[in-house]
Write a protein that binds this ligand. Structure first.
Ligand SMILES: [Zn+2]
Ligand SMILES: [Zn+2]
Length: 113
């Protein structure tokens, strides 16, 4: 998400916040963009990936709408304890794919222990 009051024409990296923890976008904290400027940072993505993909677990309420794709889905999803935003399984998977493919990010998907 954008920080409230951000000037769209002069948006800085520090004006972009993770929808799931509120962290600021920095060079050390890569983010993946969803619909309508929603963002998930690498840290939240790792937590979500462990829960939804590796553990195949769900923490979102029934009828949730995903903050990244804006859809309501029956599939497992991750509810951020910090902001209450939800990321669906599909978006977690796709975002992890995108982040891992970018060599500049130096990010890898969490592995099964
Ligand atoms: Zn985050
Ligand atoms: Zn989604």
């Amino acid at each position: 998400m954008r920080k409230p009051g951000t000037d769209d024409d002069h948006a800085q990296m520090s004006d972009f916040l993770c929808d799931f923890c509120g962290s600021t976008w920095t060079d050390d904290l890569p983010m993946v963009e969803g619909h309508q400027g929603s963002l998930i940072c690498a840290r939240c993505l790792a937590v979500a990936y462990r829960q939804v993909i590796l553990a195949n677990d769900n923490s979102a309420p029934e009828g949730y709408s995903c903050a990244l794709c804006l859809l309501t889905k029956p599939e497992h999803a991750w509810l951020s304890p910090a902001t209450g935003a939800v990321a669906c399984r599909w978006c977690v998977n796709k975002s992890a794919d995108m982040l891992e493919k970018d060599p500049d990010m130096g990010w890898a998907k969490p592995r099964q222990p």
